[in-house]
Design a protein around this ligand. Structure first.
Ligand SMILES: *Cc1c(COP(=O)(O)O)cnc(C)c1O
Length: 473
């Protein structure tokens, strides 16, 4: 049975990949249309398997925004490297329980192996006879979970009494500092941890949009004087909106001087560490206490692959440790039981896809993909400037924010709508604090070619001309 399903799948998957580039990027559909199609599935009786497979493929293609398309210039949602599709299928086949070492020894060690390699790229794991140090890392569902883990670990590190007593045992209110351009997962994490969003302080940024370390120092001092408890600072290494890299060295120094945890949110940007040419951009990350890094963004593996790294394993242990009477434990000293060391319990084998991609490509192969995307980002910025757009961000990472001179906020929004409606390319609007919205285009696919960049510039030009025509009539 599996044989015939997989055979059909192979046919369908290869056909999809062959036609993807020529298809459109996709766009709007209203929920009613989809609900009507699904209403036929009332589960009262079985349906034919081949028909089902065909229908799911047809509807998925019709009603998915094809973020894997080379002309999707969107939000860090890459196509999956082919080997990672095979990896995820193998994971589904063996379905190892990665919550406990005894059930999935191979999976656990694969993940450990990959995470130590990347930990070394981060500068957290030293080479040599005792490379372990106080390093620990684990796979997460994504950056959201990793960032929430960072907050939990930072709190446990600073206030061990929290493990039992909770926030009510603290002598004051903890404060977490982020830049004004930080990812909003920290708002969610503050609510989930019971800190509340009032615990979050948004530090002003400089003219490029990077956290101002002097402002950070000033805020920390003022909060201290007020009896609040500064706990953690987040340095975003590649902001979601404009690709800005916060001055992580200076931030780490402020943390050191004030006994605060320094967390690097490198969900997207972390991957440049696999590029010898560009890894220097993240210099200073080795001085942080923890890092969030998503494999499902710039490393092009399927979703559900975040990573959390730390140099302070004890704090994470305190955050998640517990004992049960029903999970068998491994009889090896240096293995961890993920269910008692991470936020998840039952967990799928997240690391295999990254292991196989790293093994197949090697660091040089990944470097080539990353460098090419950086070059295409630079090409896009240059071509937009040549065509008379105002490029408003400055970053070495491949994301470009821009506007048409003379076009107001409504105009920019209308322009983005026109591009999306064309289904030929996809870009989005970026709203920044205290600023007019701008248009945002990010190179997220390793399949992007110079022609795709040119095609985007052309679609944008047409949309702009269309707006100008509408304005005259
Ligand atoms: C995407 C992103 C996140 C959230 O990660 P998910 O994997 O989507 O949960 C956090 N921080 C930054 C900087 C991001 O770009």
């Amino acid at each position: 049975m599996l044989h015939s399903i997989l055979n059909s799948l192979v046919e369908e998957a290869t056909a999809f990949l062959r036609r993807r580039r020529d298809g459109d990027v996709g766009g709007d559909v209203d929920p009613q249309t989809i609900r009507q199609a699904l209403a036929r599935y009332d589960f009262a009786e079985a349906v034919d398997r081949d028909a089902l497979l065909g229908e799911v493929i047809k509807l998925s293609e019709a009603w998915t925004l094809h973020s894997t398309h080379p002309r999707y210039f969107g939000l860090f949602n890459p196509p999956s490297l082919p080997i990672t599709v095979a990896a995820d299928a193998l994971v589904a086949l063996y379905n190892p329980q990665v919550g406990t070492w005894s059930h999935a020894p191979f999976a656990e060690e694969v993940e450990r192996h990959v995470l130590r390699y990347l930990g070394a790229r981060l500068g957290y794991v030293a080479d040599g006879p005792d490379p372990a140090g106080d390093f620990s890392a684990h796979f997460t569902s994504g950056g959201q979970e990793a960032n929430a883990t960072a907050i939990g670990a930072a709190l446990m590190y600073r206030f061990p009494e929290l493990e039992e007593g909770g926030l009510r045992s603290l002598p004051g209110s903890p404060v977490v500092y982020v830049s004004r351009h930080a990812h909003h997962s920290f708002f969610k994490a503050c609510k989930m941890t019971g800190l509340g969003t009032a615990a979050l302080t948004e530090v002003p940024v400089d003219e490029r949009g990077a956290m101002d370390a002097r402002e950070l120092e000033r805020h920390v001092a003022a909060d201290r004087a007020d009896g609040r408890l500064p706990v953690m600072v987040v340095a975003t290494l590649g902001t979601t909106g404009m690709g800005v890299i916060d001055p992580v060295k200076e931030i780490a120094r402020v943390c050191e001087a004030n006994d605060m945890w320094c967390h690097a949110d490198a969900a997207w940007g972390g991957s440049v560490l696999l590029s010898e040419r560009h890894r220097g951009l993240l210099d200073g990350v080795q001085e942080t206490d923890s890092t969030t890094w998503d494999a499902h963004k710039w490393l092009s593996v399927p979703m559900g692959a975040g990573m959390f790294f730390t140099r302070r394993a004890a704090a994470v242990t305190r955050l998640y440790r517990l004992q049960t009477g029903y999970v068998p434990s491994a009889n090896y000293e240096d293995v961890v039981e993920p269910y008692a060391a991470t936020a998840q319990w039952s967990r799928r084998f997240i690391g295999l896809k990254l292991f196989m991609a790293l093994a197949e490509l090697g660091q040089p192969g990944y470097e080539e993909l990353l460098n090419r995307q950086v070059e295409n980002g630079q090409l896009l910025a240059r071509r937009l400037a040549e065509e008379g757009w105002d490029v408003v961000n400055e970053t070495p990472l491949p994301v470009v924010c821009f506007r048409a001179p003379g076009l107001d906020a409504d105009g920019s929004r209308a322009l983005v709508r026109a591009v999306v409606a064309s289904r030929e390319a996809w870009v989005s609007t970026l709203r920044l604090p205290d600023a007019e919205p701008v248009i945002r285009a990010c190179v997220t696919s390793f399949d992007v070619e110079r022609d795709d960049v040119e095609a985007l510039v052309e679609v944008l030009g047409r949309a702009r001309a269309g707006l100008a025509r509408d304005a005259r009539t």
